[in-house]
Ligand binder design. Structure first.
Ligand code: HGY
Ligand code: MN
Ligand code: MN
Length: 417
């Protein structure tokens, strides 16, 4: 039983055309028309593979293949929404390899004891509505309260309006919360987005831990004015403190621990004229760490820094936490099980942590969860140059296939998550 590499590869390329940018990347935000077109295309392919399709109240899309017996399903999947001008493999590799696995089982008339389901999680990236991992958070019952009214995109459109527009019912999204026991296990295949597998010269990774993202939006407000007429000593300029805070993000990430990563990816000045002292500056902060204590120290250090500097310069500030997903250590028995499966099928793999966040972090709270990485060329991701080879994608999908067969036939010892 083999993965059909040509079909997998051509589908990834086809999806990469939906939301394609002039630089050859992909911009496909959750709940956008491109997202709708891409999910419609994947659902076409799911129907061809004979899957029973259903959607939950936040818009996650599932496809089910029955087992020989009733019981908890083995779930596989990822996301297809993207960052701005991102790559065509991020998330998509996981969704289309999941579909490929189920289609190969169907074509080979291979039946498993337990049902198998695939999933397309909504809004994993949080590109339009800050935060992210939204579809899997909903499943795990981790959605922050009133999220539909507090989250707005850069045009000021609330998540509520976007969900309505997308044909979903904002007041029902909490119904997506599912019970423990619904899923036997969850496996996510994803591109590595780093350089470790390339450095190890290994095509496939088995993930043993996932750094937790703590994300903030910081708003600093002062007094706007004419860039030439207002003397320096009379200014209350929010851009100055924003600049100092951005340096403090780097300092705190370097000084508060070995494995912390701190990033400011987006900054905006309002009103944003070249000769106007800004009234307000807004920027994002993204901390990641596998160690929750270090991460918390860095976050608190930044918050105190901003408070001190704003007080000194008579500025106002607001800090909104848009994501606080704890670091996830995956169950060693799952990691061993996947290493054993790789060995049994002569797939060379390397066990490693993930610096990027994934839906698997939320699924880990619901059921035994594992992740498979595909080598990324030069570790490039979240950019048009993102690339994984057809051979590596096939190798990793083959590990997913054998892991799913073994789990759906009860080989995975009962692991209570
Ligand atoms: O931000 C992340 O780690 C993922 O790409 N959403
Ligand atoms: Mn991503
Ligand atoms: Mn991703």
């Amino acid at each position: 039983m083999e993965i059909n590499s040509d079909r997998l590869w051509s589908r990834i390329q086809a999806l990469g055309e939906i939301g394609r940018t002039k630089e050859g990347g992909v911009t496909r935000f959750a709940f956008s028309s491109e997202d709708r077109k891409a999910t419609d295309q994947v659902m076409e392919w799911m129907k061809e593979a004979g899957l029973q399709i259903y959607t939950d109240s936040i818009g996650n899309i599932f496809g089910r293949r029955n087992g020989l017996e009733e019981g908890a399903s083995v779930l596989i999947g990822s996301h297809i929404d993207s960052v701005v001008n991102g790559g065509k493999f991020d998330g998509v590799a996981g969704v289309l390899s999941a579909l490929e696995v189920i289609q190969v089982l169907e074509e080979n008339n291979e039946h498993t004891k337990l049902p198998i389901e695939m999933v397309i999680f909504v809004n994993e990236e949080g590109s339009r509505f800050p935060g992210g991992l939204m579809g899997s958070m909903a499943l795990a019952g981790r959605l922050p309260k009133d999220i539909v009214d507090t989250l707005k995109d850069s045009e000021g459109i609330t998540l509520r309006e976007a969900l309505n527009e997308f044909g979903l019912s904002p007041d029902k999204i909490k119904e997506a919360h599912c019970t423990k026991g619904k899923f036997e296990a969850f496996f996510e295949l994803h591109i590595e987005q780093g350089v470790v597998l390339e450095d190890q010269n290994v095509p496939v990774g088995i993930v043993n831990g996932i750094a937790g993202p703590y994300q903030l939006v910081v708003e600093i407000s002062g007094r706007s004015g004419h860039a030439g007429a207002i003397p320096m000593y009379l200014r209350r300029d929010p851009m100055v403190v924003a600049g100092m805070a951005i340096q403090e993000v780097e300092r705190s990430a370097i000084e508060e621990g070995e494995t912390i990563r701190g990033t400011v990816g987006k900054i905006e000045a309002f009103p944003g004229g070249h000769n106007i002292i800004p009234a307000k500056v807004e920027f994002t902060v993204d901390y990641r760490d596998i160690d929750p204590e270090n991460r918390l120290r860095a976050v608190n250090r930044l918050k105190n820094f901003i408070e001190r500097q704003c007080k000194k310069r008579k500025l106002q500030y607001k800090i909104i936490t848009t994501q606080d997903t704890p670091p996830t250590i995956l169950d060693q028995r799952i990691v061993n099980f996947m290493e054993e499966t790789a060995e049994e099928n002569n797939i060379s793999s390397f066990t490693m942590p993930s610096g990027a966040a994934h839906d698997a972090m939320n699924m880990h709270s619901l059921c035994p969860t594992g992740m498979i990485f595909v080598r990324s060329r030069e570790g490039l991701s979240h950019c048009p140059e993102e690339y994984s080879s057809k051979e590596d994608l096939t190798e990793a999908s083959s590990l997913l296939l054998h892991t799913v067969i073994r789990t759906a036939n009860g080989i995975l010892e009962k692991i209570k998550s």
